[in-house]
Design a protein around this ligand. Structure first.
Ligand code: SF4
Ligand code: SF4
Length: 330
Protein backbone atom coordinates (compact mmCIF):
# COMPACT_ATOMS: atom_id res chain seq x y z
CA UNK A 1 0.00 0.00 0.00
CA UNK A 2 1.34 3.43 -0.90
CA UNK A 3 0.79 6.15 1.66
CA UNK A 4 2.30 9.53 2.26
CA UNK A 5 4.96 9.53 4.96
CA UNK A 6 6.59 12.69 6.29
CA UNK A 7 9.63 13.12 8.46
CA UNK A 8 9.33 15.90 11.05
CA UNK A 9 11.53 18.09 8.83
CA UNK A 10 9.22 17.55 5.81
CA UNK A 11 6.22 18.18 8.03
CA UNK A 12 7.73 21.51 9.12
CA UNK A 13 8.25 22.44 5.46
CA UNK A 14 4.66 21.54 4.64
CA UNK A 15 3.32 23.59 7.56
CA UNK A 16 5.54 26.54 6.66
CA UNK A 17 4.18 26.51 3.10
CA UNK A 18 0.59 26.31 4.40
CA UNK A 19 1.10 29.69 6.10
CA UNK A 20 0.40 31.45 2.79
CA UNK A 21 -3.27 30.48 3.05
CA UNK A 22 -3.69 29.61 6.74
CA UNK A 23 -2.97 30.88 10.22
CA UNK A 24 -1.05 27.73 11.22
CA UNK A 25 -1.19 26.65 14.88
CA UNK A 26 0.86 23.73 16.19
CA UNK A 27 1.94 22.24 19.51
CA UNK A 28 5.08 24.09 20.62
CA UNK A 29 7.23 23.70 23.68
CA UNK A 30 7.61 26.58 26.16
CA UNK A 31 10.88 27.22 28.07
CA UNK A 32 9.69 25.09 30.98
CA UNK A 33 8.79 22.18 28.68
CA UNK A 34 5.02 22.79 28.76
CA UNK A 35 3.40 22.00 25.41
CA UNK A 36 0.84 24.51 24.20
CA UNK A 37 -0.80 25.36 20.89
CA UNK A 38 1.07 28.29 19.40
CA UNK A 39 2.01 29.77 16.05
CA UNK A 40 4.53 27.93 13.92
CA UNK A 41 8.00 29.10 15.00
CA UNK A 42 6.86 30.45 18.37
CA UNK A 43 8.79 27.62 20.02
CA UNK A 44 10.25 24.23 19.15
CA UNK A 45 7.69 22.00 17.43
CA UNK A 46 6.33 19.56 20.04
CA UNK A 47 3.89 17.32 18.19
CA UNK A 48 4.85 14.18 20.10
CA UNK A 49 3.76 13.81 23.72
CA UNK A 50 0.01 13.20 23.62
CA UNK A 51 -2.86 15.55 24.35
CA UNK A 52 -1.69 19.02 25.26
CA UNK A 53 -2.73 20.14 28.75
CA UNK A 54 -4.62 23.25 27.72
CA UNK A 55 -8.29 23.14 26.71
CA UNK A 56 -7.71 22.60 23.01
CA UNK A 57 -11.07 24.04 21.99
CA UNK A 58 -9.81 27.38 23.40
CA UNK A 59 -8.45 27.93 19.87
CA UNK A 60 -12.04 28.72 18.86
CA UNK A 61 -13.48 29.59 22.27
CA UNK A 62 -10.70 31.53 24.04
CA UNK A 63 -10.58 32.27 27.76
CA UNK A 64 -11.62 35.91 27.17
CA UNK A 65 -12.78 37.65 24.01
CA UNK A 66 -14.82 40.62 22.83
CA UNK A 67 -18.24 39.63 21.56
CA UNK A 68 -19.65 43.08 20.81
CA UNK A 69 -18.34 46.62 20.45
CA UNK A 70 -20.57 49.56 21.22
CA UNK A 71 -19.63 53.18 20.38
CA UNK A 72 -21.33 56.36 19.18
CA UNK A 73 -21.87 54.81 15.77
CA UNK A 74 -23.81 51.84 17.14
CA UNK A 75 -23.01 48.16 17.64
CA UNK A 76 -20.37 46.17 15.82
CA UNK A 77 -19.59 42.46 15.93
CA UNK A 78 -15.93 41.41 15.81
CA UNK A 79 -14.58 40.92 12.27
CA UNK A 80 -13.72 37.39 11.07
CA UNK A 81 -9.96 36.71 11.08
CA UNK A 82 -8.24 37.45 7.73
CA UNK A 83 -7.07 33.82 7.30
CA UNK A 84 -8.68 30.56 8.45
CA UNK A 85 -6.73 28.51 10.99
CA UNK A 86 -5.00 25.22 10.35
CA UNK A 87 -4.61 23.58 13.75
CA UNK A 88 -2.37 20.57 14.35
CA UNK A 89 -2.44 18.64 17.61
CA UNK A 90 -5.95 17.37 18.25
CA UNK A 91 -6.23 13.81 19.55
CA UNK A 92 -9.20 11.68 18.51
CA UNK A 93 -10.89 12.51 21.81
CA UNK A 94 -10.20 16.24 21.25
CA UNK A 95 -11.75 16.07 17.78
CA UNK A 96 -14.83 14.38 19.29
CA UNK A 97 -15.05 17.22 21.83
CA UNK A 98 -14.79 19.79 19.04
CA UNK A 99 -17.50 18.05 17.05
CA UNK A 100 -19.76 18.34 20.08
CA UNK A 101 -19.11 22.02 20.76
CA UNK A 102 -19.67 22.77 17.06
CA UNK A 103 -23.16 21.37 17.56
CA UNK A 104 -23.57 23.19 20.87
CA UNK A 105 -22.72 26.62 19.41
CA UNK A 106 -25.01 26.05 16.45
CA UNK A 107 -28.06 24.89 18.38
CA UNK A 108 -31.06 27.20 17.93
CA UNK A 109 -28.79 30.26 18.11
CA UNK A 110 -25.64 30.31 15.97
CA UNK A 111 -22.70 31.80 17.86
CA UNK A 112 -21.04 33.98 15.19
CA UNK A 113 -18.10 34.85 17.40
CA UNK A 114 -17.23 31.16 17.66
CA UNK A 115 -17.89 30.38 13.99
CA UNK A 116 -15.88 33.42 12.81
CA UNK A 117 -12.88 31.36 13.86
CA UNK A 118 -14.20 27.84 13.38
CA UNK A 119 -15.63 28.15 9.83
CA UNK A 120 -13.08 27.02 7.23
CA UNK A 121 -10.58 26.00 9.91
CA UNK A 122 -8.62 22.84 9.11
CA UNK A 123 -8.27 20.30 11.91
CA UNK A 124 -5.26 18.00 11.88
CA UNK A 125 -5.30 15.13 14.38
CA UNK A 126 -2.19 13.43 15.71
CA UNK A 127 -2.27 9.75 16.63
CA UNK A 128 -0.22 6.57 16.75
CA UNK A 129 3.01 5.94 18.60
CA UNK A 130 3.67 9.45 19.88
CA UNK A 131 1.76 9.74 23.16
CA UNK A 132 3.37 10.59 26.50
CA UNK A 133 6.10 8.02 27.26
CA UNK A 134 5.54 6.36 23.89
CA UNK A 135 1.90 5.53 24.67
CA UNK A 136 -0.31 4.82 21.67
CA UNK A 137 -2.77 7.57 20.75
CA UNK A 138 -6.05 6.39 19.31
CA UNK A 139 -6.41 6.72 15.53
CA UNK A 140 -9.04 9.34 14.75
CA UNK A 141 -10.58 8.16 11.54
CA UNK A 142 -12.65 10.74 9.76
CA UNK A 143 -13.58 13.21 12.51
CA UNK A 144 -10.94 15.66 11.27
CA UNK A 145 -9.65 17.01 7.93
CA UNK A 146 -6.26 15.34 8.10
CA UNK A 147 -4.45 12.95 10.38
CA UNK A 148 -0.79 12.41 11.19
CA UNK A 149 -0.35 8.81 12.38
CA UNK A 150 3.06 8.47 13.98
CA UNK A 151 4.88 5.17 13.45
CA UNK A 152 7.26 5.97 16.31
CA UNK A 153 9.35 8.34 14.25
CA UNK A 154 7.74 9.64 11.05
CA UNK A 155 4.14 10.55 10.23
CA UNK A 156 1.81 8.62 7.95
CA UNK A 157 -0.51 11.26 6.48
CA UNK A 158 -4.18 10.65 5.82
CA UNK A 159 -6.71 13.15 4.47
CA UNK A 160 -10.45 12.75 4.97
CA UNK A 161 -12.09 15.91 3.64
CA UNK A 162 -11.75 17.73 0.31
CA UNK A 163 -9.70 20.47 1.90
CA UNK A 164 -7.44 17.90 3.57
CA UNK A 165 -7.01 16.05 0.26
CA UNK A 166 -6.13 19.20 -1.64
CA UNK A 167 -3.59 20.14 1.04
CA UNK A 168 -1.76 16.84 0.77
CA UNK A 169 -1.77 17.01 -3.02
CA UNK A 170 0.56 19.97 -2.61
CA UNK A 171 3.03 17.84 -0.66
CA UNK A 172 3.78 15.75 -3.72
CA UNK A 173 6.08 12.77 -3.27
CA UNK A 174 4.83 9.56 -1.68
CA UNK A 175 6.82 6.90 0.04
CA UNK A 176 6.02 3.33 0.94
CA UNK A 177 5.24 2.36 4.49
CA UNK A 178 4.98 -1.35 5.37
CA UNK A 179 1.30 -2.25 5.45
CA UNK A 180 1.71 -4.13 8.74
CA UNK A 181 2.84 -0.96 10.49
CA UNK A 182 -0.38 0.90 9.80
CA UNK A 183 -2.54 -2.18 10.30
CA UNK A 184 -0.87 -2.98 13.61
CA UNK A 185 -1.31 0.61 14.86
CA UNK A 186 -4.99 0.56 13.88
CA UNK A 187 -5.55 -2.82 15.52
CA UNK A 188 -3.98 -1.68 18.79
CA UNK A 189 -5.91 1.59 18.55
CA UNK A 190 -9.23 -0.26 18.33
CA UNK A 191 -8.53 -1.82 21.74
CA UNK A 192 -8.06 1.55 23.48
CA UNK A 193 -10.60 3.38 25.65
CA UNK A 194 -13.11 0.52 25.91
CA UNK A 195 -12.69 0.23 29.66
CA UNK A 196 -13.10 3.99 30.14
CA UNK A 197 -16.23 4.12 28.04
CA UNK A 198 -17.76 1.19 29.93
CA UNK A 199 -17.09 3.02 33.19
CA UNK A 200 -18.70 6.26 31.94
CA UNK A 201 -21.74 4.35 30.65
CA UNK A 202 -22.15 2.55 33.98
CA UNK A 203 -21.89 5.84 35.90
CA UNK A 204 -24.32 7.51 33.48
CA UNK A 205 -26.87 4.74 34.05
CA UNK A 206 -26.62 5.14 37.84
CA UNK A 207 -27.20 8.89 37.53
CA UNK A 208 -30.09 8.56 35.10
CA UNK A 209 -31.72 6.05 37.45
CA UNK A 210 -31.10 8.40 40.39
CA UNK A 211 -29.20 5.77 42.35
CA UNK A 212 -26.46 8.03 43.72
CA UNK A 213 -27.33 9.57 47.11
CA UNK A 214 -26.34 12.99 48.40
CA UNK A 215 -23.89 11.47 50.88
CA UNK A 216 -21.73 10.41 47.91
CA UNK A 217 -21.68 13.97 46.51
CA UNK A 218 -20.95 15.32 49.97
CA UNK A 219 -17.89 13.09 50.24
CA UNK A 220 -16.66 14.21 46.78
CA UNK A 221 -17.38 17.89 47.36
CA UNK A 222 -15.49 17.77 50.69
CA UNK A 223 -12.42 17.07 48.55
CA UNK A 224 -13.01 19.95 46.08
CA UNK A 225 -11.04 23.17 46.67
CA UNK A 226 -12.93 25.04 43.90
CA UNK A 227 -9.75 25.77 41.97
CA UNK A 228 -11.83 25.43 38.72
CA UNK A 229 -8.99 23.65 36.87
CA UNK A 230 -11.33 20.85 35.75
CA UNK A 231 -13.69 23.22 33.94
CA UNK A 232 -10.91 25.40 32.54
CA UNK A 233 -9.18 22.36 31.03
CA UNK A 234 -12.28 20.59 29.70
CA UNK A 235 -12.76 20.90 25.91
CA UNK A 236 -16.54 20.40 26.22
CA UNK A 237 -17.12 22.92 29.02
CA UNK A 238 -18.79 25.84 27.27
CA UNK A 239 -20.14 28.04 30.10
CA UNK A 240 -19.14 31.68 30.08
CA UNK A 241 -19.97 34.93 31.84
CA UNK A 242 -20.19 38.39 30.23
CA UNK A 243 -19.00 41.79 31.40
CA UNK A 244 -18.56 45.27 29.90
CA UNK A 245 -15.41 47.39 29.72
CA UNK A 246 -14.96 50.95 28.51
CA UNK A 247 -12.85 51.31 25.37
CA UNK A 248 -12.34 55.09 25.28
CA UNK A 249 -15.28 55.94 22.99
CA UNK A 250 -17.80 53.35 24.08
CA UNK A 251 -17.89 49.94 25.68
CA UNK A 252 -16.80 46.47 24.69
CA UNK A 253 -18.79 43.45 25.81
CA UNK A 254 -16.50 40.56 26.71
CA UNK A 255 -17.11 36.98 27.57
CA UNK A 256 -14.96 34.93 29.93
CA UNK A 257 -15.05 31.25 30.84
CA UNK A 258 -17.13 30.44 33.89
CA UNK A 259 -16.93 27.46 36.21
CA UNK A 260 -19.80 25.52 37.76
CA UNK A 261 -17.52 24.86 40.75
CA UNK A 262 -17.69 28.53 41.82
CA UNK A 263 -20.23 29.74 44.35
CA UNK A 264 -21.41 32.59 42.10
CA UNK A 265 -21.94 30.40 39.01
CA UNK A 266 -25.74 30.58 39.04
CA UNK A 267 -26.30 33.24 41.67
CA UNK A 268 -29.15 35.51 40.59
CA UNK A 269 -29.38 39.29 41.01
CA UNK A 270 -31.89 38.76 43.83
CA UNK A 271 -29.24 36.83 45.77
CA UNK A 272 -31.02 33.50 45.26
CA UNK A 273 -28.56 30.79 44.27
CA UNK A 274 -30.01 27.52 42.94
CA UNK A 275 -26.53 25.99 43.23
CA UNK A 276 -25.59 27.54 46.56
CA UNK A 277 -24.15 24.34 48.07
CA UNK A 278 -20.83 22.80 47.11
CA UNK A 279 -22.48 19.37 47.10
CA UNK A 280 -24.88 20.48 44.34
CA UNK A 281 -22.12 22.11 42.30
CA UNK A 282 -19.95 19.00 42.46
CA UNK A 283 -22.89 16.82 41.51
CA UNK A 284 -23.63 19.09 38.56
CA UNK A 285 -20.08 18.87 37.18
CA UNK A 286 -20.50 15.13 36.68
CA UNK A 287 -24.28 14.86 36.25
CA UNK A 288 -24.31 17.47 33.47
CA UNK A 289 -22.03 15.48 31.16
CA UNK A 290 -23.28 12.01 32.03
CA UNK A 291 -27.01 12.49 32.55
CA UNK A 292 -28.39 15.97 31.69
CA UNK A 293 -26.60 15.98 28.32
CA UNK A 294 -27.77 12.44 27.61
CA UNK A 295 -31.31 13.73 27.96
CA UNK A 296 -30.63 16.84 25.89
CA UNK A 297 -28.24 15.58 23.19
CA UNK A 298 -28.78 11.84 23.29
CA UNK A 299 -25.22 11.03 24.39
CA UNK A 300 -22.61 11.54 27.08
CA UNK A 301 -20.53 14.69 26.50
CA UNK A 302 -17.33 13.51 28.13
CA UNK A 303 -14.98 12.07 25.52
CA UNK A 304 -12.32 10.80 27.95
CA UNK A 305 -9.67 13.32 27.00
CA UNK A 306 -8.20 12.84 30.48
CA UNK A 307 -7.58 16.52 31.25
CA UNK A 308 -9.80 16.92 34.34
CA UNK A 309 -8.25 13.86 35.98
CA UNK A 310 -4.77 15.14 35.10
CA UNK A 311 -5.26 18.63 36.49
CA UNK A 312 -7.43 18.07 39.57
CA UNK A 313 -5.14 18.60 42.57
CA UNK A 314 -7.33 16.47 44.83
CA UNK A 315 -7.95 13.49 42.55
CA UNK A 316 -11.64 13.96 41.76
CA UNK A 317 -11.62 14.28 37.97
CA UNK A 318 -14.53 12.63 36.18
CA UNK A 319 -12.99 9.17 35.74
CA UNK A 320 -11.92 8.97 39.40
CA UNK A 321 -15.40 9.99 40.55
CA UNK A 322 -17.06 7.49 38.20
CA UNK A 323 -14.81 4.69 39.41
CA UNK A 324 -15.72 5.43 43.02
CA UNK A 325 -19.41 5.76 42.15
CA UNK A 326 -19.61 2.50 40.21
CA UNK A 327 -17.66 0.61 42.90
CA UNK A 328 -20.12 1.83 45.55
CA UNK A 329 -23.46 1.74 43.79
CA UNK A 330 -22.99 -0.32 40.60
S1 SF4 B 1 -12.27 13.75 30.56
FE1 SF4 B 1 -12.79 15.53 31.81
S2 SF4 B 1 -11.89 17.23 30.70
FE2 SF4 B 1 -12.04 15.54 29.22
S3 SF4 B 1 -14.03 15.76 28.18
FE3 SF4 B 1 -14.34 14.43 29.96
S4 SF4 B 1 -15.02 15.82 31.59
FE4 SF4 B 1 -14.04 17.06 30.02
S1 SF4 C 1 -10.05 20.54 39.62
FE1 SF4 C 1 -10.71 19.26 41.36
S2 SF4 C 1 -10.47 20.57 43.16
FE2 SF4 C 1 -10.40 21.93 41.37
S3 SF4 C 1 -12.54 22.60 41.11
FE3 SF4 C 1 -12.27 20.79 39.82
S4 SF4 C 1 -12.94 19.07 41.11
FE4 SF4 C 1 -12.58 20.82 42.48
Amino acid sequence: MKVLVLTEQKLMEFLASARTAYDVRVPVSLHDGTRVIGRLGEGPLAIKGGAINQKITSIFFPHMETVLKCSNGGFESPEPAPKPMLVVGFTKQDADCLEFIDRFYNDKFRDDVYFNKRDNAVIVCVSGRCGANGKLLKVSGDNCDMELICDGQDYIVRAYTDVGKSLIEDIGSTEIVPEETLEQIEKESDQLCVEGLDLLNAASKLLLEDKVPDEFWQSISDRCIACTSCNLACPTCTCFDVFDRTNGCGIDRWRIWDSCQLDGFMREASGHNPMGQELIRTRRRIHHKLAADVTRWGHITCYQCGRCDNVCPTGIGIMSVCKEMVEKYG
